[in-house]
Design a protein around this ligand. Structure first.
Ligand code: P6P
Length: 333
């Protein structure tokens, strides 16, 4: 594969397709630079005294890690001056961040989970940044929550960075999925995989099995059958993985197949699920579908869900198409 940089890839994409414009290219470049800065901060860990709790809570009422707050600040500062954005929304902020009036505004809305899986950060397990790009509705100058409430199918771009043994940036612009590896010597993201495809079948599933007693019957049935292995109805053995970092679990599935489930559970019946629709499920669903996989909440396609709240949660079942379809069939039975 030609070793081209992210910038070169984006310029070539812009030449081939008129709907990638300079502002969207700048947005992706700026987000990639912010992810590079987050990767460097994470890499310092205890040396920089940035591990552990921030002593604050986010809108979800969850204790924030210092690196949650630092990553959020890095993304805000990186993106507010460029003139490509109308506003930003983040898991770590109650309401959208408006672009300061001293800067020009653009046509895009950026949403992100600045540091997904941050509960893993203090134990040195891979974490990531997830981002999603929407167009700002015509005529909206101060985008409130409502401007962001668009179904995932409206995304123009989505991606994630995974901060693991290497730092990767995975990106879709609606024409397939590309993966870039950070070259720490030059500071460039280099195209290392193009047209990623998720195998339609798999022998590997990812779920937090400690919640089993809270699952709805279709999920219980599905997982029981996988656990029954060769002697069970599936007639084969399955393997289980659970990193508890969505970005790491999804990247494994994008790389070698698998099915990821964070289903609705009765632990808290008021919650539709644990993961957030706008900046976790939607971007990941866009990427997974673009790689030939599927993503549902068990009853409907994730990308078709009409959001009602900026931080709403959703059940997520995504990955190898034939397995996701089987889980959906069990919900419909
Ligand atoms: P549990 C991380 O906190 C996260 O939002 C996802 O990245 C991950 O898949 C999930 O929650 C892990 O949840 O209940 O297993 O800790």
């Amino acid at each position: 594969m030609r070793r081209i940089t992210l910038m070169q890839y984006l310029i070539e994409q812009e030449r081939q397709r008129d709907w990638i414009n300079a502002d969207l290219r700048l947005l992706i470049e700026v987000v990639s630079r912010a992810c590079k800065a987050i990767s460097i901060a994470i890499g310092k860990g205890d040396l920089a005294g940035i591990l552990g709790g921030a002593g604050s809570e986010n809108v979800q009422g969850e204790a924030q890690k210092k690196l949650d707050v630092i990553s959020n600040e890095i993304l805000l500062e990186a993106n507010e001056w460029g003139g490509h954005l109308a506003a930003m929304a983040s898991e770590e902020m109650d309401h959208p961040h408006q672009i300061p009036h001293r800067f020009p505004r653009g046509e895009y809305l950026l949403l992100f989970d600045p540091l997904d899986g941050s509960s893993n950060i203090d134990v040195n397990i891979s974490v990531g940044t997830i981002f999603s790009v929407l167009r700002c509705p015509e005529g909206v100058t101060e985008p409130s929550d409502a401007a962001f409430l668009q179904p995932g199918a409206a995304q123009v771009c989505a991606g994630y960075a995974v901060y693991g043994p290497s730092t990767l940036l995975v990106l879709t612009l609606g024409q397939g999925v590309a993966c870039f590896t950070l070259d720490r010597e030059t500071g460039s993201f280099i195209l290392t995989k193009n047209a990623l495809r998720i195998p339609e079948d798999t022998g590997e599933f990812a779920i937090n099995a400690s919640n089993m007693r809270f699952w709805e019957p279709p999920v219980k049935r599905y997982i029981d059958e996988l656990m029954a292995g060769k002697g069970g109805p599936r007639g084969r053995d399955f393997n289980m993985r659970w990193v508890a970092s969505m970005v790491a679990d999804v990247h494994r599935i994008l790389t070698r197949g698998g099915v990821f489930l964070y289903p609705r559970d009765t632990k808290d019946p008021k919650k539709a699920g644990k993961l957030r629709l706008m900046y976790e499920a939607n971007p990941m669903a866009f990427i997974v579908e673009q790689a030939g996989g599927a993503a549902t909440n068990g009853r409907e396609r994730i990308l078709g869900i009409q959001p009602t709240e900026l931080h709403q949660r959703v059940a997520v079942i995504l990955g190898s198409k034939n397995e996701v379809e089987r889980v959906s069939a069990y919900h419909a039975a």
